[in-house]
Design a binder for this molecule. Sequence first.
Ligand SMILES: [Zn+2]
Length: 276
Amino acid sequence: MSWGIVQLPAQRALVYSYVDPQAGPSAKGALVRSETPTLDDARDAATRPNITVRLGPGLTPRALTEEELDDLQLPDEPQWLEFFRPREEGPWRKDPLLAGRFHPQHPNDLQVSFFLPAHRQVEQMWVRLDREVPSLGAWGGTLLNTSHLDPTLTQGTRVDVRGAKGAKAPLWVSAVMAKNLERWDAVCSACGFDLVLEPVEALLARQFTGVPEGSVMEAFTTRCAMCNQTQSVALRRDTATLEEPGRADSRTAARIALIVVAMLGALSFVAWELLK
Ligand SMILES: [Zn+2]
């Protein structure tokens, strides 16, 4: 989402980069006819673009400096960018958990917290929403930034996001969180936060050592990643039913429904520290 110069095989172009809803990261502008872009080139790039390129590895514009932007009298955004914005505001605008997090000028652009456990950090990035994801109670969209930490999160990546009680901002639903949502229901008794950020299996292995082989953990409690209070996690009823047939008796004997208050310190997720 900025002005730059892109080097093409035989020529260069003054372009503005943006995310095309269908084609992904792109840039559009005008070919540069002389050594440096002229005011005419700049005017063409902003109002009558004559070239479009799809960006990717090896084809990344060099961002213009503030001085170059001033010299070329380029607008903050080209006129034609309007064409690539979704025309209507989507149903996500009515989601109360997203209220106040949309960009004032770009009604479908949402600021989202990306929890990156591998890096022990949370990154704030913008996502342009464009679809519903009912299976996760989430919204889908295109990432407008590139992560400084996670190389898989580049501009144009398709991501799912979701608001949650107890969280200050909407969250990126990582693959791990999506898998947890399919199998487990979670809710914090204090703040209502209903997501588990790390694999539930890893949480169980760490929290409950010495659980007899073959036992099924149907419900347990852990530390809420948002408020550090007690979060209940239970196997989803439909998932439990799905796994029961034919094995009910042996399972009943082995089943342990443990309700345990989580351990302190090492057991609490790092996100709490980061959000304080
Ligand atoms: Zn909580």
